[in-house]
Ligand binder design. Structure first.
Ligand code: ASP
Ligand code: MG
Length: 430
């Protein structure tokens, strides 16, 4: 039993969806879970829609709504000749539910509203793909992952309840994946990445790009034999090909190395994906949906190749804050515990931190909601200085010679080194 995950780029247009069908036909088997995320840039668009909704910008909101709806209808028309096919009814119905919802006034809870609205992207994409697979002879059963992945109510970054989730996943999916001899049930099930729900049934999401994590949660619950993430890159590369002319494929690294890389911001895999797989020793493959027969990258327990090449990871849109106690006290436990509780309360994840006697510096991703809220809280007790628009450069297994060209004339505001990892917060000098 395997789990395949297809991200937004792999279902971005009719051609891509047809390719997904062909990959499943050639590389899938009878017992397969298919996890799919929202199509193309739908999540970004629905994020915008949520913003307009919260700000009471009705016209702007409706414009985005219409664009997203039309995009999905056009894509569906590109896949189905028969305009009366049931898929059109389902797509229209999903958007109608969304419309009904956004015509009402929002609550004050941005994260709750976000999950409620943004989840539409995954729901509609799986409806389309599931219908299309059935239509092209790949029989499959659609599942609502909000009945499978049970989480707490930490909207936008929900935490999985592993026990309830494992139970729900097994109970719902196993009858399909291991059907009885003469059963008519298909062996392929298809569900959404990224989405979960609380025990009360409120929709939650697992954090941006969380579909990989969903695939891992399901694989863990079912003790699957492997997970394959199908991507538009040949596998895990040692740098982002959008930023570097020359990149190297990492054919095999260990879970630990992959956890470190994704933790530092390598975007090919969601950072939470690997731990559940590691705990059950389930290999993760990253393969290109353009070249499905190429081996790609395999992540497993073998660490022999971990330090063969340096990896370069850039995180943009970073904030660096320096925090000084107002009462001239030193940065010690009581100040730190206050600072950390402000970070935790506002859901801000620290990418890098460093302290001196009188100040504590922290680098993190800028967020339009969380960042101002955090700064307001910190300023109640501390003097806070901050810099926006920075980049955080991380190099695993670094080589000295490369460093200057990475900084590229920018100013290094903070630097941290260990035996394996170099990190720098850099401000571009214009
Ligand atoms: N659609 C979601 C996102 O874009 C989840 C995912 O793609 O993994 O963040
Ligand atoms: Mg995605």
């Amino acid at each position: 039993m395997r789990v395949f995950k297809f991200g937004g780029a792999s279902v971005k247009n009719p051609e891509a969806v047809r390719n997904v069908a062909s990959i499943i036909r050639q590389h899938g088997e009878k017992s397969l879970v298919v996890v799919i995320s929202a199509m193309a840039k739908t999540t970004n668009a629905l994020e915008k829609l949520t913003q307009h909704y919260m700000e009471g910008e009705f016209e702007k909101m409706m414009k985005v709504y219409e664009e997203v709806r039309q995009f999905h209808l056009d894509l569906t028309h590109g896949l189905f000749d028969d305009p009366k096919h049931a898929v059109f009814f389902h797509v229209e119905q999903t958007f109608f539910h969304l419309l009904r919802y956004i015509e009402e006034k929002p609550s004050a809870n941005y994260n709750y509203e976000y999950d409620r609205i943004v989840s539409t992207g995954e729901i509609v994409s799986t409806q389309i793909v599931s219908h299309y697979l059935n239509y092209s002879g790949i029989r499959n059963q659609w599942f609502d992952s909000r009945k499978l992945i049970i989480t707490n109510a930490n909207f936008r970054d929900a935490r999985v309840d592993w026990i309830l989730t494992s139970q729900a996943v097994k109970k719902a999916l196993l009858p399909y994946l291991k059907p009885a001899e003469n059963s008519k049930k298909p062996g392929i099930v298809l569900t959404q990445g990224f989405l979960g729900a609380t025990t009360q049934g409120f929709t939650t999401t697992l954090g941006r790009e969380g579909s990989d994590y969903s695939a891992a949660i399901i694989a863990y619950s079912l003790r699957a034999s492997e997970v394959i993430i199908w991507k538009d890159v040949p596998g895990l590369l040692n740098a982002d090909p959008k930023l570097f002319d020359q990149t190297l494929l990492l054919p095999n690294i260990s879970y630990q190395e992959a956890i470190e890389l994704s933790y530092y911001g390598a975007t090919v895999i969601h950072p939470k994906t690997l731990k559940p797989l590691l705990s059950r020793n389930i290999p993760l493959k990253i393969k290109s949906f353009f070249q499905p027969t190429e081996p790609g990258t395999i992540i497993n327990e073998n660490s022999e190749n971990d330090n063969q090449v340096p990896s370069y990871i850039f995180k943009f849109n970073q904030v660096l804050v320096s925090i000084f106690p107002k009462d001239f006290s030193f940065i010690a436990e009581h100040n730190l515990s206050r600072i950390f509780s402000d970070f935790a309360k506002n859901g801000v994840k620290i990418n890098l931190m460093q302290n001196s006697a009188i100040s504590f510096s922290v680098c993190f991703d800028r967020d339009r909601i969380n960042t101002p809220a955090l700064l307001r809280d910190l300023e109640k007790n501390f003097t806070v200085k901050y810099n926006f628009d920075l980049k955080l450069i991380t190099v695993r297994h670094y080589e000295k010679a490369m460093i200057d060209s990475l900084i590229g004339g920018g100013e290094v505001l903070l630097e941290q080194k260990s035996r394996t990892t170099l990190q720098m917060v850099v401000k571009d000098v214009i």
